[in-house]
Design a protein around this ligand. Sequence first.
Ligand code: ZN
Ligand code: ZN
Length: 350
Amino acid sequence: MISYEVTEWGMPLQQAIRETPQPKGSEVLVRVKYCGVCHSDVHIRDGYFDLGGGKKFHMSQRGMRLPVTLGHEPYGEVLSAGPEANDVPLGEDRLVYPWTGCGSCARCNEGMDNWCPTPRYIGIQRSGGYGDHILVPHPKYLVDARGIDPSYAPILACSGLTTYSAVRKLLPCKPSDWIVVMGAGGLGLMAIAMLKALGHEQIAVCEIQRSKWDAAIEAGSSLCIDPLDATALEQLQALSGGVWGVVDLVGADNTASLAIAALRKGGRYVLVGLYGGELSLSLVPLAQRAMTIQGSYVGSLQELREVVELARSGKLKPIPTAVCSMQEVSGVLDQLKAGTVLGRVVAKVE
Ligand SMILES: [Zn+2]
Ligand SMILES: [Zn+2]
């Protein structure tokens, strides 16, 4: 099999020829047809996340050893399975749930693999979809996405699932309560589309690149604000009824500070983006303003099934998606780092 691997942190992916793995136990072998290219792979390829204040979290601390094959939005044909795998849809195409845990802890047993304390995610600790074959630890992680364009379905496994799980932490609220989306990159556009799909109406976007505003409006935002504008906070605070919730797909010092300052009393801030930084917070106003600050990281297998259902029903409007070849993934990661990608890119295996 061919894979595109990180062989040195921070360097371009390298093509490698490897032996195609054979499924053992409950494992399933999938021939990858498409794999979404996610912004978090930019950080993972660099080998660290910025914790702010000069501190870094290195991927090697998370059990990653080089070389690794990234790619956590795989989609493809189920080829074969180990002797303990039951109900395997051989020959059919499936979307792969990548946020697999250890398989034996309390969180994994309750279907919250994404909260497993010793994660074994596909495309992070396990070999991912920037290659033509992957092993999935169990057939339960194969999600039937028939009826959805296969060049679009992959992005549901990370950007779709992540935004669904995040915006649901702001719901239920009145459809007319203002929800602010920080960032109109691929995740931001998906968050807007997800809010619309779930019946929400009043959405504002904070995005520094005005070239992304049209796509945000197209996705369903009714207002775009430049967060670097000196009046940005004033504009947010002036929204009628105040800001009920913010979903931050950037996750930098300045987006977090602006978001928290903009919230009305009782409001909620949900942090998703992994840009990095730190926050200094006065405790008294946190209590007095009765705010909630919550993190959100990907989502559960059940939530992915719900996202696929939303997409299949047509309620979830697709965001702009381009297709590239597997050889081009490393260049796409460079473009994502530079912020020049509109929407999402999905790599196709030729
Ligand atoms: Zn991702
Ligand atoms: Zn576990």
